[in-house]
Design a binder for this molecule. Sequence first.
Ligand code: ATP
Ligand code: MG
Length: 330
Amino acid sequence: MTQAPEKMVIVSGIQPSGNLHLGNYFGAVQQFIQFHEGGHACYYFLANYHALTSLRDGQRLLNLTRSTAADYIALGLDPGRCSIYLQSDMPEVCELQWLLTTVTPMGLLERCHAFKDKAQQGIPSDHGLFAYPVLMAADILIVSANRVPVGQDQKQHIEVTRDIAQYFNNVYGDLLTIPEAFIPESVATVPGRDGRKMSKSYNNTIELFAKEEEVRQQIYSIVTDSASVAEPKDPEKSMLYAILKLFCNLEEQAYWQDRFRSGGLGYREVKQAIFDRFMEKFGPARDRRKELESQPEYVDEILKRGVDQARKVALPLVRKVREAVGIPNN
Ligand code: ATP
Ligand code: MG
């Protein structure tokens, strides 16, 4: 990692493709908050153009976009310290995407997991999925970001962004800032209820804002082995421990590791502990989220202000890029 400048530009987004879950919080939103508390210039957006690669129900996308914006605010993103906006309110990202596309080698995109996995499984994929990393590069480069807080699954896409920016700079001069991913090891991949990465699209999530009974049901359906209560268990092999640990400080982690290893710990007790810790941690955000339900104008106002701020840095960059490639600014 290069020496971090004191004040950095931070950018990241979440797709409004489903309800926010523990993986989104620990893998992304928690770091978003840390960066804005650190006084950096932070841009957090709802990637609704990206969501179109997995969601083809217009009304549902609109509803999720609105509700995810409220989720962001309820979780503690402070509109006074960061810009929160809809990707589609800055349509210049699509223009920049095209300009970047023209310097992006096919091979770079063909190597990307999201696309390759589908192709290998014989699932037909569309150009949207193939070009997804270029749109993501545009989101990042348009605000000249230094750091991008994301989960491990996005690491490759950030590397692609760096490559694309370098290709562009080699041809047209040093206009684009080369960003770095920010992925804290302990939260890089939050496992889902079935042991795969927790993902909105895998139906294996624990949702941050589901009704209390649904949250309980989701937590109680985390897959476990059939070990009896009496048996000692290896916490490092337990998905339950991997999820519980997210809520624990080092001392608490040591306590639970010991309980796992000593035997006499039943999975029900661990599930109850996860549920209790979940409610303790997210209770205030869940209350705030309910209040925001009746304040849609407030959320709209924040999004409007957010995009105005983001465009202040994005549009001058787009103008410079147009100039460099020979597209007239008007
Ligand atoms: P989808 O299934 O539609 O791709 P998703 O659940 O993967 O949805 P995204 O909107 O793609 O969510 O990702 C938003 C952010 O959350 C990204 O930075 C991503 O890396 C992070 N993230 C998503 N799932 C996890 C996870 N299980 N662990 C850690 N980070 C995650
Ligand atoms: Mg994803």
